[in-house]
Design a binder for this molecule. Structure first.
Ligand code: FAD
Ligand code: NAD
Length: 465
């Protein structure tokens, strides 16, 4: 039986990073993944294919809505949906192949099959064709998550679908009802609305992307309405009736029951940890009430030598959070002092305009009784944004009243997915708003709006508004 220093179960952004960092630290490593391709949810059916389709459909939107403003006449623009989907698949294939290369380069043993804990330090690996066993001194569980089904709306994966099927449709739907206006809802809704699908989003809360700063939700809702997306907020779905070609959704609004007809219903009400077939019970581990594997501050479960990271444990279900934990757990096993500042993990929504956030929201600061100053720079005041026809949105910086330390940064606008990086650096080094306000930012760039928001938060010193 083969013995390794470290066995990692799950080859997503948590698991493959844990495996690579462990190998870098000199451990012998085996990576067990049940899918043929590495990369997990993120690379295969999550971040990467969704961003590929968001990019393609945003180009279409630009061609239809913005080119003529720039003086570019194209005539009628048409969509080759099969090619759009093929490009998405090609991007996924090349990205997952890249992980295969990295795994080989780092001399990690890759086993194809489902990893089943049979005892502490002992794993059975079951593939379609064979069963084998390995032992490892330490085990890292990185088995990720799966879409949460709505009890009254079971997936049939044909008409009642999850993001996985929505990323692989073979036709542009005429209509789609999306249950849940969270991150998946607004990203997938944007893709299909840009393609001409009649999209209605049904959300239980009174706001879209409700866990983010409230002003972002209302600004994004206004923006998505321009794509003709319709919203049914404060609405509880009570059931669906799916036929071969369409679905009827029944829901309860504050003013009474409604029904919606659509070709597809996308259920995007969150994801839940995935631990099926992992054999947690064989080693005396039990998931918590939300299905998460309980861990301590060092990612170790209650069974010594078994660690867990990523979507399968507490915290935001984000690829970069999983990867940070993957690197950190390997370093902790190696006796190093790894630390993750969870307050500095950014969240990004890849609509256009993009939405991005780091640190505390205004609502959180109010609830915690923390007094703060607020600087808001509208992109309307940015020369670069006007030159790019991209002046929708704003950057908001929240800083402590007493110390001026930046507590949260929330933005919607062009390239905010990348702009948030500056805010993450600033907060990681505990910068004050004035620190950012007095740093030179190249002109004309979108990043000047960060400086302006920081100056506004410092003491109303913004120059351009
Ligand atoms: P996963 O990526 O889920 O990987 C777990 C792996 O473990 C899987 O490959 C699975 O096959 C394998 N596995 C499970 N059980 C076993 C077993 N017993 N034996 C062997 N293998 C097993 N996050 C972002 O940060 N940015 C985004 O833009 C973004 N977009 C997303 C879009 C969509 C549509 C979705 C669904 C998610 C998106 N996410 C995004 C979330 C992101 O995909 C996850 O947070 C991330 O993949 C979690 O990484 P992980 O390694 O913990 O788990
Ligand atoms: P989410 O938690 O972001 O949003 C779910 C939404 O569904 C919430 O707004 C919630 O109020 C609503 N909801 C819950 N129950 C409902 C019900 N019964 N009826 C109507 N609405 C209901 O979850 P998601 O959008 O499914 O995404 C899952 C995970 O994937 C998230 O944790 C997210 O971080 C991750 N993800 C990240 C990105 C990104 O980083 N850009 C993109 C996609 C997914």
């Amino acid at each position: 039986m083969q013995t390794y220093d470290i066995a990692v179960i799950g080859g997503g952004p948590g698991g493959y990073v844990a495996a690579i960092r462990s190998a870098q630290l000199g451990f012998s490593v085996v990576l067990i993944e049940k899918s043929k391709t590495l990369g997990g949810t993120c690379l295969n059916v999550g971040c990467i294919p969704s961003k590929a389709l968001l990019e393609s459909t945003e180009l279409l939107h630009q061609a239809n809505e913005k080119f003529s403003v720039h003086g570019i006449q194209t005539g009628a623009v048409s969509v080759d949906f099969a090619q759009m989907m093929k490009r998405k698949t090609d991007v996924v294939i090349s990205t997952t192949k890249g992980i295969d290369y990295l795994v080989q380069k780092n001399k990690i043993t890759r086993l194809l099959g489902t990893g089943n804990l049979i005892a502490p330090g002992k794993i059975q690996v079951q593939s379609d064709t064979e069963t084998s066993e390995i032992t490892a001194k330490k085990i890292i569980l990185a088995t990720g998550s799966e879409p949460t089904p709505l009890p009254s709306v079971p997936f049939d994966f044909k008409r009642v679908i999850s993001s996985t099927e929505a990323l692989a449709l073979t036709e542009i739907p005429k209509s789609m009802a999306i249950i849940g206006a969270g991150v998946i809802g607004v990203e997938m809704g944007s893709i299909y609305a840009r393609l001409g699908t009649d999209v209605t989003m049904v959300e239980f809360m009174d706001a879209i992307i409700p866990t983010m700063d409230k002003e972002l939700g209302s600004a994004l809702e206004r923006s998505l309405k321009k794509l003709k997306i319709k919203f049914q907020l404060g609405t509880k779905v009570t059931g669906v009736n799916a036929s071969k070609k369409s679905v009827t959704v029944s829901a309860e609004t504050k003013s009474g029951p409604i029904t919606l007809e659509a070709e597809y219903v996308l259920v995007a009400i969150g994801r839940r940890p995935y631990t099926a077939g992992l054999g947690l019970e064989n080693v005396g581990l039990a998931p918590d009430e939300r299905g998460r594997i309980p861990i301590n501050d060092h990612f170790e479960t209650t069974v010594p030598g078994i660690y867990a990271i990523g979507d399968a444990v507490r915290g935001a279900m984000l690829a970069h959070k999983a990867s940070e934990e993957g690197a950190a757990v390997a370093e902790i096993i190696a006796g190093q002092h790894a630390h993750i500042d969870y307050n500095c993990i950014p969240g990004v929504v890849y609509t256009w305009p993009e939405v991005a956030s780091v640190g505390q929201t205004e609502e959180e600061l109010k609830t915690a009784g923390i007094t703060y100053k607020k600087g808001v720079a509208p992109f309307k005041a940015s020369g670069r944004a006007r030159a790019a026809e991209e002046s929708e949105g704003f950057i908001k910086i929240l800083a402590a009243t007493q110390t001026d330390e930046i507590l949260g940064v929330h933005m919607m606008g062009p390239r905010c997915a990348d702009l948030i990086g500056e805010a993450v650096v600033a907060m990681s080094y505990r910068a004050s708003a004035e620190d950012i306000g007095i740093i030179s930012h190249a002109h004309p760039t979108f990043s000047e709006s960060i400086k302006e928001a920081a100056l506004a938060a410092t003491d109303n010193r913004a120059i351009h508004f």
